[in-house]
Unconditional design. Structure first.
Lengths: 330, 290
């Protein structure tokens, strides 16, 4: 597991420390230089994939680390988007404040839903979380006075700090990239903590975890709320970037997108959702050549990747390293 | 009173098709522990194959029905062999993802083949209405109800009285113990999947003369059959039948007396309420939720 490798690299080994610092510098330089190296369309996709990285990483927290497959996670993405959009468009709150409010509001909504669904197991949990998001979508569509119904919310403004507005693609890219880095860092710290170990204990064996004093409801609710908060944050970033949101955000398609990112990338790893989010955002665009068969091919690729790489792309690294080690020793 | 009777008959007829779709889903889950997210798409394909057979190949509705069911069963058989068998011991997430991939593939491919324009088979009874007491029901709906009920009874008899039915029940109770008794579990799984998707295809084919057919019709069918299956308890076939009729009636009366805007939400609300009170479904036994 790559997390264990992460823990070890925190030990005071100066050589690895320098390498790590160098890697961080290279990554930072790559992010800073990226908008200057690519065209506008690629930058647009990069912004969407950075938002997807946040959303997929948050889903991974529940699905990969705590081991509960929530099909309602897209709803939290939608709740965050609607919270921020309604606050800024209908209530006139400054955009940046509305975006900051999205995360805690979404986490709070998870606190309300969590206790109802989290004690369900297996298939029941999967289907009921899906149902919750569908009910929410219907409410958003039908509560026209509050949400503007199927027409959605238009004219969501870019955030601004002082007189600086994040209206250019490059500036928004820096914003979402910073958001993605902070999210991944937070999840990494969380998973190295006592709480993170409790999450993984619940995934590995619920009964054993409970017998050593890990409260199932307490920890799974905590993970559920934290994940919802990050998803809500991603939703707010998305809403203020595209400036128009509709009830489609709560749809099953959005959920499937996130799910594929985590599963194909590799659930329960830090890098998996990142790889998955970037691939799922960029690869379908390359399939434009086959036009109408795009989604058909996507479906087949998804089926094949589950059968051939059940643990995702992130698991290929350690597997290949194992082969390499064995080959070198022989 | 008239309205009540009308809503009641509508609810029963819709409920029968919900039950038909849900039986397949619950059979597949109960046997294989697979949540078939492509179930609605098998239903959709059943409708389209029937539509094409009836209109483009001029076979007529009554020949198109078995043609659609058999063709979709073959598709289901191939899919089970190629994608589900390698995942026999995988967790529920992997099989869910494979069926999600299949549903994306089917939905988009149907869109490419048949286009986004909805279609419908011309009513083979020419819109004849049969009077049941005071209320009129179209003959095609009564026919659909009759076929649905016949199919359910046939499945019930198969499971209860035949050798293969005994093998299915044994596998349902304990896969490993059944395998130790010499039951070829792989064949039982294969059969369960094929029968399950054939039921969905039958429902689609039957309804292709009642409702319009469109490539995304599987989405709602999926969500509703999930609700029905949970209402009845996962893997519980009589429960799925009862859940199907319950949902059909609840929707019919909900739309008639409360609001049509939330009609599709009734299934989910019903589901959430039931799970709060009886998390293993209305007819499930405790401990069957894993």
């Amino acid at each position: 597991m790559s997390e264990h490798a992460g823990v070890q690299s925190d030990l005071p080994k100066p050589r690895i420390g320098t390498m790590k610092a160098a890697l961080v510098l290279v990554a930072a330089a790559a992010i800073l230089g990226f908008p200057f190296a690519v065209d506008n369309y690629t930058l647009h996709l990069a912004i969407l994939s950075a938002i997807a990285v946040i959303a997929a990483s948050s889903l991974n927290l529940v699905m990969g680390y705590v081991g509960k497959l929530s099909l309602g996670h897209a709803a939290f993405f939608g709740i965050g988007a609607y919270t921020s959009a309604l606050l800024s468009v209908s209530a006139g709150v400054p955009s940046w404040l509305a975006m900051l409010a999205a995360a805690p509001v979404t986490a709070f909504s998870a606190l309300l839903i969590g206790p109802i669904v989290l004690w369900l197991r297996g298939a029941y949990f999967i289907i009921v979380t899906l149902s919750f998001s569908m009910v929410l979508q219907l409410v958003i569509i039908n509560w026209v006075d509050f949400t503007n119904g199927p027409m959605g919310i238009l004219g969501i403004a870019y955030p601004s700090i002082g007189s600086f507005e994040f209206s250019s693609k490059a500036s928004y890219f820096y914003l979402v990239a910073a958001g993605a880095v902070v999210t991944i860092w937070c999840i990494r710290r969380l998973m190295q903590s006592r709480t993170g170990r409790a999450f993984e204990a619940l995934r590995e064996n619920e009964n054993v975890a409970m017998s050593i004093g890990v409260s199932k409801l307490h920890y799974s609710l905590l993970a559920f709320c934290i994940a919802a908060g990050f998803a809500g944050f991603a939703g707010a970033l998305y809403a203020h970037y595209v400036s128009v949101i509709t009830p489609e955000m709560f749809g099953f398609d959005v959920m499937v997108g996130m799910l594929v990112m985590v599963a194909v990338g590799g659930k329960g790893t830090l890098s998996g959702p990142v790889i998955g989010a970037i691939l799922v955002t960029f690869v379908p665009e390359q399939l434009r050549l086959v036009k109408e068969f795009r989604l058909s091919i996507f479906g087949i690729v998804l089926m094949l990747s589950v059968v051939l790489m059940p643990n995702g792309i992130a698991s290929l690294g350690p597997t290949l390293r194992g082969y390499w080690e064995r080959w070198r020793r022989s | 009173m008239d309205l009540f009777a009308q809503l009641l008959t509508n609810g029963i007829i819709i409920g029968a098709t919900y039950a038909l779709i849900a039986i397949g889903l619950t059979l597949i889950f109960g046997m294989m522990r697979v949540i078939n997210f492509a179930h609605g798409e098998f239903y959709m394909l059943g409708a389209y194959v029937a539509l094409s057979a009836a209109t483009e190949f001029n076979l007529g509705y009554f020949v198109a029905l078995p043609v659609a069911v058999v063709l979709i069963a073959v598709v289901g058989f191939v899919f089970e062999r190629v994608f589900l068998r390698p995942l026999r011991n995988a967790d529920i997430l992997s099989t869910a993802l494979v069926t999600i991939g299949l549903s994306i593939f089917f939905q988009n491919t149907a869109l490419v083949i048949w286009g986004p324009k909805p279609g419908q088979i011309v009513d083979p009874f020419g819109g004849t209405t049969v009077m049941v007491g005071d209320i009129g029901v179209t003959a095609i709906r009564l026919f659909a109800l009759a076929v649905a009920v016949a199919a359910m009874v046939a499945l019930g008899l198969l499971i209860k009285y035949t050798k293969i039915g005994r093998m299915m029940r044994a596998t349902f109770q304990d896969r490993d113990a059944a395998a130790l008794q010499g039951i070829e579990v792989d064949r039982v799984f294969s059969l369960s999947f094929v029968v399950g998707v054939a039921f969905a295809a039958l429902a689609g084919a039957l309804l292709s003369a009642v409702f319009v057919v469109s490539p995304d019709m599987g989405n709602m069918a999926n969500l509703k059959s999930f609700a029905v299956v949970i209402l009845g308890g996962l893997g519980n076939i009589p429960g799925a039948v009862a859940g199907g009729f319950l949902l059909g009636l609840a929707e019919s009366f909900g739309a008639g007396y409360i609001s049509t805007g939330y009609k599709d939400g009734i299934s989910f609300l019903l589901l959430i309420i039931v799970l709060l009170i009886r998390p293993y479904g209305l007819f499930g036994r405790e401990g069957s939720e894993a």
